[in-house]
Design a protein around this ligand. Structure first.
Ligand code: CTP
Ligand code: ZN
Length: 154
């Protein structure tokens, strides 16, 4: 196991759980929000932000003890941290390592910023966005989201 000394100084290895590594620098708090960590949760979490990393310049790392992530959570993380890697740790070893992939279609993931959009009415309709290189595109009203996607996450 290769060990990044700087990372190691900040946060210790975990026995079981998930390490979300190579998070875009500064996005760790948005990742916490996605996985439902608030001031009221009791889970053991470590966070390191703006750690030096060869691969992505500066990265954030989030370690969650005794928890694995659901696909919906990983898909949301991909949107704000496309270079993240999800490491499943079992008995101190990296049991599985996978990258994240931005889905082509987002259903019920992002709220449309257009108040008049049918996905924002009382109709039981989930928002639907297609993912384009320039941003997200609402399939109901054509609204585009090109920046700060994290603030639009449902
Ligand atoms: N890790 C951890 N606890 C463990 C094992 C690993 O917190 N018991 C963390 C490491 O600190 C690292 C991540 O999980 O942030 C992935 O571990 P590893 O694959 O060993 O690190 P690298 O080889 O540096 O990973 P990559 O090739 O993805 O950069
Ligand atoms: Zn819309």
């Amino acid at each position: 196991m290769k060990r990044d000394a700087r990372d190691g100084l900040l946060i210790s290895p975990i026995e079981n759980g998930t390490v979300i590594d190579h998070i875009t620098g500064g996005e760790a708090l948005n990742v916490l929000k996605i996985i439902g960590i608030t001031g009221a949760t009791t889970e053991s979490i470590s966070v390191a932000t703006n750690v030096k990393s060869g691969k992505v310049g500066k990265k954030d790392i989030v370690k969650i003890v005794n928890r694995e992530l659901r696909k919906e959570e990983v898909d949301r993380i991909a949107l704000i941290a496309p270079k993240a890697s999800i490491n499943i740790i079992r008995n101190y070893e990296v049991f599985e390592k996978k990258g994240v992939e931005i889905p082509r279609l987002l259903t019920g993931v992002v709220r449309c910023p257009n108040p008049g959009c049918i996905s924002n009415t009382n109709e039981p309709i989930l928002s639907r966005f297609e993912v384009l290189p320039e941003g997200l595109h609402c399939l109901y009203c054509d609204q585009k989201i090109t920046r700060d996607i994290a603030s639009h996450l449902i």
